[in-house]
Structure formats: structure tokens, C-alpha cells
Design a binder for this molecule. Structure first.
Ligand code: ADE
Length: 419
């Protein structure tokens, strides 16, 4: 076994976190039990590039129970929980390469360390692992059965790669499952982003103007939860349909230049770059707090902010004060990286339960179908999505109705209309 973690002595604290998270991951536990008896991944090496959290720990333990040899690295330099990484290496036999706050060179060294293990299955979050394979390790591609992809940003990147005709193996876009994006992206991002902002600032949100950039599933969740905390929520969008949806949800919709003038908080969740740019810094109020919960740290133009600043200092952990030439101060959380994982612990286990059940089934789907799957981004079959939702309902003790034979027939026919 190999690993590179911050401090292996942190393992006991990490183990407790992993066990605590497991209590809220009953669907994944059902998958693990099944994998343990069938061991479908026997003889398979799996390389995963995911946020190294207590929830991810439960996923990789599940895959190992299914017979896989697992190599894990971080999908973001700031998202690793060092105690969890230590416990995975010490207590669970996972080859883990991840250190919170690692520099870019170490981040890519760790990505290459898991690829050195010569995996057949790849599990990605943001597509850095798949991108590294395509850009710098083409010789290895023939051995890869396929990849899974966790996030909206990764799916968009991989669809662009497929469209260019250069995607070299099939991908399952886990993000496309309803039991992933409707829960993880919406309720998970909604809660964990506020958690990150509050931990980094300890500010009251009630009565504050909170700008949410982007009204996708993540933005919807964040806007909804910020409103729940009593903030006046403003949404910025580039998509007319989503902007209209935000308006009819009762949010104020503005271009960023207008929103930036009145914001106490701005959080980007767009998946795009320079969403907060130089012209926006120029009009911001003194004391504005800005953060990002999109996958990459490209959404806030930090180089431009640095240029405008005469002084930069740490105000609090994961909260940097940028003092501009005119004396205004702007606060940047978690270095503009994912604030929910940088200054908090990511989405709660209960939603990651379904995301990671999807990841587990996606890995098995690749194993069973890779020989016939087209080299494009696939969605898991609906019956898997429904099975995950049913298992979650069962674990929550929620019963639902079933169609009567008469109702089933009615839905399948066209003859019956107005009585
Ligand atoms: N992405 C968002 N939250 C996460 C978590 N808790 N674990 C792994 N990936 C995540």
C-alpha cells in the first residue's frame, strides 16, 4: 500500500468522522453489503479523483468491499479532510494521495500517482483525471474501460471532449441521474455553501443582500437557503429561461454590475470564468464578502483583484482581506475555491449517500458494459435512479402509493379522455 497524507497520526479522528458519516448513508450501506457478497470488482484497479471527505471515504470503502484495489487523490487542492485521508490509509487499506492546501504541482503529482497504478476504471469529479490521461498519458488509455463523472462542470468538459471527437473511452455522467443533481446539487450545495460562508465569517445573513450568480441546480439551492436565512436574495444569470424562473420564484434578477453595487455577499455557482471581474470590484461596497461554490477557482478574477489591492491579509481562517487603493476592503473566502469544501465539510452525508450510490452503480455499469458502450457521456438507466430513490425512501421510513393495474393501463393508453 502507498500513500501521501499530511499526518498519519490523525487517523483516529478521521475514523470517527467516517463512522459518523456512515450513519447517514444507508443506501450506500445496502450497496456495500451487496458488493461484499458478489465482489464484482475483483482484480480491478480503480483510480478515483474526488473530494477526500468522510463521505468519499465511505464510497471508496464500499468499492474496496466490492473487490477493487482503490487509489484515491483529491479533486481540489483545498477540499481534503486530512484526518479522513490518514484513516483511509491506516485503517482501511486505501492508497490515498491528498493533502489539504497542497500546491498545484503536488495536486498534479497526486493525480499522476493514482494513474501510475494503471487503473481500468476511473472515477472523476471535475474531469482533471480524465483530462490528464488524454493530455499527458495517452499510452495508458487502451487499458481504461471507462470513467464516471460526478459534477456538472465535469460533464460539460467531457461533452466538449466527446464533441471534438477526442474522448477515448465511455463516461457515465453520474451528475445526470435525478437522484444526484436534484438533491446533491440543490439541497447539498444550498446548505454546505451557507455553512462555508458562515464558518469563514460568522456573519448574520438576515437582512443582508446576498447575490447568487447562476441559477442552475446549485444556484437554486443556494438562493432558496439564503432566503430561508432572511437574506434579500438577488440572482444574476445569462440564460433567459433560468432568469425568468428566478424572477417567478420571487428573487430580484439583475446584471452583475448592478448586483455588485448593492451586495453584502456574492457567491458564484456558474461553472464559468471571471463572473466577478475587475469592473465589479470597482463598484463593490466596502466590506463585501465574495466566494465561489462552483467547481473551479476561475469564477472570481483574483489576479485582477490582487492588482487593485494595496494590501492583502488574513482576516480569519479561509477569509482574506483585500484592501483596495481607495481604502475599500473586500473579503475573499477559501481563496475563491469551493467555499463549501474549503471552509466547511462539503455536502452533508445524507445527500452524498445517493450521489455515491450512483457512483457505485456507475462503476459497475462500466464494468459490465464497457465493450459495447459508445465513447460519449452516458446517463445511468432510469431503473437505477428509481432504485436509489426507493432505497432512500425506505431508509427514511417513507411509504408511497403504487399504481393499480387499472391506473397503469390508463397511463399506457390513448383511448380514454373526457368521460
Ligand atoms: N462534493 C460536495 N460535497 C461533498 C462531500 N461531502 N464529499 C465528497 N464530495 C463532495
Amino acid at each position: 500500500m502507498t500513500y501521501d497524507v499530511k499526518n498519519i497520526e490523525l487517523a483516529p479522528e478521521g475514523k470517527k468522522k467516517i463512522e459518523w458519516a456512515a450513519k447517514d448513508m444507508p443506501v450506500l450501506a445496502t450497496v456495500a453489503k451487496d458488493f461484499e457478497t458478489r465482489r464484482p470488482f475483483t482484480g480491478v484497479t480503480l483510480a478515483a479523483c474526488l473530494h477526500v471527505t468522510a463521505e468519499t471515504a465511505n464510497l471508496v470503502i464500499t468499492l474496496k468491499k466490492g473487490g477493487a484495489e482503490v487509489f484515491l487523490c483529491a479533486s481540489n487542492p483545498l477540499s481534503t479532510q486530512d484526518d479522513v485521508a490518514a484513516s483511509l490509509a491506516k485503517d482501511f487499506g486505501i492508497n490515498v494521495f491528498a493533502i489539504k492546501g497542497e500546491d498545484n504541482a503536488t495536486y498534479f503529482k497526486h493525480i499522476n500517482a493514482v494513474l501510475d497504478a494503471k487503473p481500468q476504471i476511473v472515477m472523476d469529479d471535475g474531469a482533471d483525471l480524465v483530462s490528464e490521461l488524454h493530455k499527458n498519458r495517452p499510452d495508458q488509455i487502451k487499458d481504461i474501460f471507462g470513467s464516471t463523472e460526478e459534477t456538472t462542470t465535469g460533464v460539460i468538459r467531457l461533452e466538449a471532449l466527446a464533441k471534438s471527437g477526442n474522448l477515448k473511452f465511455p463516461v457515465v455522467g453520474v451528475n445526470e441521474s435525478k437522484t444526484k443533481h436534484m438533491f446533491d446539487n440543490r439541497y447539498g450545495t444550498g446548505q454546505s455553501t451557507l455553512d462555508g460562508i458562515i464558518r469563514a465569517t460568522n456573519r448574520l445573513l438576515a437582512g443582508q443582500t446576498f447575490v447568487v450568480a447562476g441559477f442552475g441546480w446549485c444556484g437554486k439551492g443556494l438562493a432558496m437557503r439564503a432566503r430561508g436565512m432572511g437574506a434579500h436574495v438577488v440572482v444574476t444569470e445569462i440564460d433567459p429561461v433560468k432568469a425568468l424562473e428566478a424572477n417567478m420564484e420571487g428573487f430580484e434578477v439583475l446584471p452583475m454590475l448592478e448586483a455588485a453595487k448593492k451586495a453584502d455577499f456574492i457567491c458564484t455557482v456558474t461553472g464559468n470564468k471571471n463572473v466577478i471581474d475587475e469592473k465589479h470590484f470597482e463598484v463593490m461596497k466596502d466590506g463585501a464578502v465574495i466566494s465561489n461554490s462552483g467547481h473551479f477557482d476561475a469564477e472570481i478574477n483574483l489576479p485582477a483583484l490582487k492588482k487593485l489591492s494595496k494590501n492583502i491579509s488574513m482576516a480569519r481562517p479561509y477569509n482574506e482581506e483585500y484592501e483596495l487603493a481607495d481604502g475599500r476592503k473586500i473579503y475573499v473566502l477559501a481563496e475563491g475555491r469551493l467555499v463549501n469544501l474549503g471552509s466547511a465539510e462539503g455536502h452533508p452525508s445524507s445527500v452524498m449517500d445517493m450521489s455515491f450510490a450512483n457512483q457505485s452503480f456507475a462503476a459497475e455499469y462500466i464494468l459490465e458494459n464497457y465493450k459495447t458502450l459508445e465513447k460519449k457521456v452516458h446517463t445511468l438507466p432510469t431503473d437505477i435512479d428509481d432504485k436509489i430513490a426507493s432505497l432512500k425512501l425506505e431508509a427514511l421510513g417513507i411509504a408511497i402509493d403504487v399504481l393499480t393495474p387499472e391506473q397503469k393501463k390508463y397511463l399506457e393508453s390513448w383511448e380514454e379522455g373526457t368521460n
